[in-house]
Design a protein around this ligand. Structure first.
Ligand code: PLP
Length: 815
């Protein structure tokens, strides 16, 4: 577009330089300009600042085209200006013009909840088949929609735009710009009620978005909404879905342990079955809109299902984060109903003991008569032992009189923030749960520890999945010991141990006594075995009820002596060396060991085990069997003098997969829990439990010949673009990933490491990507296999996992 066209379309007056470059980008935020010479800056009047104040500095940057209000006096006459009455209306006029250049379907979504998710998911599903444009984030407003429209390119085949309004009269402008061909109305809630006379008026305002659309998808089971839709539009425009028979699509849902199936029966009697990765009703409703829309747009059910496999969930997860002064925050800032509140309270209940339990909650966006809704809320909450409840909103006050003495109340989030002093919280468990409009992320920000850009996210559901996977591989009566040594393979011992405790693990094992002590100090009560206790720490083992492994006659005597002298008893474990040659009694020690056991009055032998050295490799199968047979021989000797309830065990994760017939009484699960199936026997049965991510600190352009980083090792011969990431070898990003050995994922695309990895940073090649500081980079996670990554630098997944520095913040979530 030329500046002259801009003037024509906006009916503005052209000033300054009348000839200018072509404009291909549009910006309203002075910080987001990527190609200054090709950008048109629109000076909007914002809540904080008038856009025109940025013009001089943008001119410095090289921007030459400006859309300005009439009263603005241009200073640089080498720049071009279009002066208009109202810059926002002009922006919208440009968007409308732009929209009319696009002849393909435009899907538009509105409703109270789920707009952004439906947009994101639909985009992901449709992109299996189509080249899709969609509004970024939740750009759905008077200014967000025009910007979204400018993101639609010629070769896109379908565009998905979200439309949101907060008061009456706003939809007309959005409709004019979007002119959707297919509409989706998600549902209606009570958010933004104040901008409307009543519910009916709010619905009819939102419906005006679809005045000219050919089709409209909606759920018939929201009866109030459905009634009004049916009254507004002719029947042939409507596509209704419902759980009751008699609609365009009749749905039924089957939820089992591992997946949810959605069956759709179309009125022409064709049927479809889809598997989706969600269980909660809101997600299932949202995805149903997506399914119906994709079918309506002519996507095949196979292709839709393929898209469903790739669904990335939007961040509306229930997350555990480190808070101020040893507190833990449960972040549930995306919740808005009673069902969600219960899930969050249950999750809170499962956490390890803390000083106080504090609940911070907002009004729910639950439909219904407030007295009834909030009496249900207090009926729910009384079931949970809470020390303090902080309510935010107009309605939540109704529960106050049920919680006299521990209830605090603020009308708005701002009021809470004014009063909220992080110093009031020490070692507390704080559940922050609020409906989206309350913006409770600000509360979480106030209460959480400062974040360093790199985080390790641990998916507790994936952990559960992997635990249960192994549990099903062994007999029901076989006990599960789980290895949480080395900070639970890097995942964070305390939270993972706590989760294992709620899942019903029988035993934990750590490498050193202090690891066990830390678990006890954080309230972990499962029996804990210590693999390599030092003599000096036997006292601590006793004090914290930890069970040391005893691995030689000498050590046995020392532990026994400690108990005799102090008149204490201790549970211990015996390590038998059948080939590892690390620690352990050998067959030649057996007679001596039997004698020691018989003479000891203070020691209880809780278990006896051996460790396989090559259970993960077929190559060593015979050796593993030899080890097992040697263990069986020693076992039958020891059984003569040990009580019948002594546990015998031999299998680690690989052993469970390879030698299920030798489970004995217990197995010792390690790496498998953390998502790596080392034998390859069960391919993709495990879920990856952790994602290591960081952010881009800076983006730089390199000329041919320039080098990157220490020792000038990094080079992009043709020149290009690099991004500097906030992770280095001190965080556990191995230096062997230097110079293209490693790569990270940015926007789902590979960005290879350029140059040497530095201590706290590294650089990656982003020449082909459109990235900016703050963007996320995935170091490893579901999309980057740890096995592959490890083999790239000649190591094993264990090392990558355990190398993640403790300075990297761990957050835990349920998905
Ligand atoms: C670490 C360890 C395990 C667990 O091994 P994985 O290969 O991670 O399953 C089991 N037993 C002992 C003695 C260990 O040291």
């Amino acid at each position: 577009m030329t500046i002259k066209q801009v003037a024509e379309i906006t009916k503005g007056e052209l000033l300054g330089n009348l000839e200018s470059n072509l404009i291909s980008q549009l910006a309203i935020d002075s910080r987001q300009i990527i190609h200054p010479s090709r950008s048109l800056f629109v000076a909007l009047k914002g809540a904080k600042a008038d856009g025109t104040v940025f013009i001089p500095q943008l001119f410095e940057l090289g921007v030459r085209c400006f859309l300005v209000p009439k009263n603005y006096k241009p200073k640089e006459d080498t720049a071009s200006y279009v002066a208009v009455e109202d810059t926002r209306a002009a922006l919208q006029a440009l968007a409308e013009f732009q929209r009319n250049q696009f002849q393909k379907p435009i899907v538009s979504i509105t409703g109270s909840n789920g707009k952004t998710i439906v947009k994101e998911w639909l985009g992901q599903v449709l992109s299996q088949k189509f080249h899709v444009a969609k509004s970024p984030k939740s750009y759905n407003s008077q200014v967000g929609v025009p910007l979204s429209i400018f993101g639609i390119e010629k070769d896109h085949q379908v565009a998905i735009l979200e439309a949101g309004i907060s008061k009456s009269g706003e939809m007309a402008a959005l409709e004019k710009m979007i002119q959707p061909s297919l509409g989706i109305f998600t549902n209606i809630g009570t958010a933004h009620q104040e901008g409307f006379e009543n519910q009916e008026q709010k619905i009819s305002e939102k419906l005006s978005l679809f005045e000219h659309s050919k089709l409209l998808i909606y759920c018939k089971d929201h009866s109030f909404l459905a009634f009004q839709i049916a009254n507004t539009f002719p029947e042939d425009k409507l596509i209704a879905w419902s759980d009751e028979p008699g609609s365009d699509f009749t749905r039924s849902v089957k939820i089992s342990d591992h997946q949810t199936k959605i069956f759709l029966l179309k009125s022409d009697l064709s049927t479809y079955t889809f598997h989706v990765p969600f269980r909660d009703p809101a997600s299932i409703e949202n995805i149903t809109h997506v399914l119906v829309a994709a079918l309506t747009l002519g996507q095949s059910s196979e292709s839709i299902q393929e898209g469903l496999h790739h669904l990335k969930s939007i961040d509306m997860r229930l997350t555990l984060k480190p808070g101020v002064h040893e507190s833990i925050i449960i972040d549930d800032t995306y919740n808005n109903d009673l069902a969600g509140l219960k899930v969050a309270l249950d999750f809170m209940q499962q956490q390890r003991p803390k000083n106080r339990k504090v609940l911070i909650l907002s009004d729910l966006l639950q439909q219904g008569e407030p007295d009834r809704v909030y009496s249900m809320v207090s009926d729910l909450i009384v079931n949970y032992p809470l020390d303090k409840i902080i309510g935010v909103g107009e309605d939540i006050a109704r529960i106050g009189n049920h919680f006299q003495g521990k209830f605090e109340m603020y009308p708005r989030t701002e009021d809470l923030l004014d009063a909220l002093d992080p110093e009031q919280f020490t070692n507390d468990l704080i559940l922050v749960t609020g409906a989206r409009p309350f913006g409770f992320e600000r509360v979480v920000n106030r209460l959480q520890q400062r974040i360093h850009g790199t985080t390790l996210e641990i998916n507790l559901n994936a952990l559960t999945h992997n635990f249960n996977f192994y549990k099903r591989l062994v007999k029901p009566e076989t006990k599960m010991m789980v290895m949480v040594k080395a900070f639970a393979y890097g995942g964070g011992a305390v939270e993972i141990a706590n989760h294992l405790q709620t899942m019903g693990a029988d035993y934990l094992a750590v490498a050193f006594t202090d690891e066990g002590v830390a678990l006890r100090k954080h309230g972990i009560s499962l029996p804990i075995m210590v693999l390599n206790p030092l003599e000096e720490s036997i006292d601590l083992c006793h004090e914290y009820a930890l069970e040391p492994v005893v691995f030689s006659p000498e050590f046995f005597k020392k532990v026994n002596q400690y108990c005799e002298v102090n008149e204490r008893s201790l549970s211990i474990h015996l390590d038998l060396d059948t080939g590892m040659h690390r620690l352990g009694f050998e067959e030649k020690h057996l007679e001596e060991l039997k004698e020691l056991i018989s003479k000891s009055k203070h020691l209880t032998i809780a278990s006896v085990y051996t460790h396989l050295v090559g259970a993960d490799e077929e190559l060593h199968r015979d050796f593993s069997l030899e080890q097992i047979h040697s263990f069986q021989r020693m076992k039958s000797e020891l059984e003569q003098i040990l009580p019948p309830n002594t546990l015998f065990h031999a299998l680690n994760s690989a052993g469970i997969a390879a030698f299920p017939e030798y489970q004995f009484d217990m197995v010792r699960l390690g790496i498998g829990l953390y998502g790596v199936e080392v034998t390859g026997k069960y391919g993709n049965s495990l879920r990856s439990i952790s994602t290591l991510k960081t952010t881009i600190s800076q983006v730089k352009t390199l000329n041919p010949g320039e080098t990157v980083g220490y020792s000038r090792k990094g080079a992009l011969p043709q020149g290009g673009k690099i991004a500097t990431l906030g992770i280095g070898y001190a965080d556990g990003y191995d230096r062997r990933f230097s110079n293209g050995k490693g790569y990270v994922l940015i926007q789902g695309k590979k960005a290879p490491v350029v140059g040497n990895v530095c201590m706290d940073m590294c650089m990656v090649d982003v020449s082909d990507l459109d990235v900016k500081p703050g963007d996320e980079a995935i170091i490893y996670g579901e999309q980057i296999s740890l096995k592959e990554l490890a083999s790239q630098i000649g190591t094993i997944p264990y090392e990558l996992l355990t190398n993640i520095s403790t300075r990297v913040k761990r957050v835990y979530y349920l998905d």
